[in-house]
Design a protein around this ligand. Structure first.
Ligand SMILES: [Zn+2]
Length: 300
């Protein structure tokens, strides 16, 4: 079965619940980028985050970029999500697409001695998490927070608390098989809305910390619906929306031409004189675009 995003509310609308299974998308990213295990886990978490946040998008042209820039060996990690709507109508969400890359997908570290897990915080290092929400307005909305741990879920929950003043609980998991394929990937995002009882977040945090990780549960056969219903048990969860998600790049020759133009005429002229052509490789999907001498000239 393909990936999907489930969302709904609980506690009389005071709790927003969003969960996603992203195994296929993270596998697709892994096959494009040939990432080492720790880097695959880091990239998979950022991709999952961008999918979970895609509910903030309204129209097909909108984009959400989740960027984690640390000083660790993986460098920056970027994921971009977009949506498709039925008949282009805002609110009629019928698909979510994500793409992403890491500057150094070969970054890897030994399993962490303290808990035996992939050391995502170690390859990310200290730095910032940023969210750029481009809704087609004059200026995109940008929010940024320092990384707390580089483990990404904790950092994203800090982003919600600081940038959006919304208490949120975030959890991600990427379970990697021995052959380096992604066995399970997914995560959830719980947001408390105004009017939520104070004890709700404490109780949810206690439930989440006492349960096995998302990927352990998915791997044991639990569905994302089961996991979310268990977390919100007793608060009448209503998980009525289920939307398919997929890894998909929206690069095109036109976009690559725009990228070439954006480097400036002087630089373009230099490339023309020295290389007599250009090849641009899309960071997100690996597609190569060739530009002949003639084509470069036409851009000047
Ligand atoms: Zn591409």
């Amino acid at each position: 079965m393909g990936d999907f995003l489930i969302s709904g509310t609980a506690a009389d609308g005071c709790l927003r619940i969003i969960g996603a299974e992203t195994t296929a998308a993270v596998n697709r990213a892994q096959s494009i980028h040939h990432a080492a295990p720790t880097a695959a886990a880091a990239l998979g978490r950022v991709l999952t985050g961008a999918i979970l946040m895609a509910k903030e998008l309204k129209n097909d042209a909108d984009r959400l970029t989740l960027q984690v820039k640390g000083r660790g060996p993986i460098g920056g990690i970027t994921a971009v999500s977009r949506i498709s709507t039925r008949n282009g109508a805002a609110g009629n969400l019928d698909g979510i697409f994500v793409k992403g890359y890491a500057e150094n997908p070969y970054a890897d570290l030994p399993l962490r001695a303290s808990d035996g897990k992939l050391d995502v915080g170690g390859i990310v290092g200290k730095g910032f998490l940023s969210v750029i929400l481009d809704l087609g307005l004059k200026e995109p909305y940008t929010g940024s927070v320092p990384l707390l741990s580089g483990e990404i879920a904790e950092d994203l929950s800090y982003y919600y608390a600081v940038s959006k003043q919304v208490p949120a609980a975030v959890s991600f998991g990427v379970l990697i098989d021995r052959d380096l394929s992604i066995r399970k990937a997914g995560g959830f995002l719980l947001q408390l809305l105004p009017g939520a009882p104070d004890k709700l977040i404490t109780e949810l945090e206690a439930r989440i910390s006492s349960m096995p990780s998302v990927t352990t549960l998915l791997n044991a056969g639990a569905s994302m619906e089961n996991i979310l219903e268990d977390i919100a048990a007793g608060y009448a969860p209503d998980l009525s929306s289920k939307i398919p998600c997929a890894y998909s790049c929206d690069c095109s020759r036109t976009r690559m031409e725009q990228a070439l133009c954006s480097i400036g005429k002087e630089e373009l002229r230099r490339i023309l004189e020295e290389d007599h052509g250009a090849e641009i490789c899309c960071h997100f999907c690996g597609m190569k675009y060739q530009f002949s001498e003639k084509e470069l000239e036409s851009l000047l």
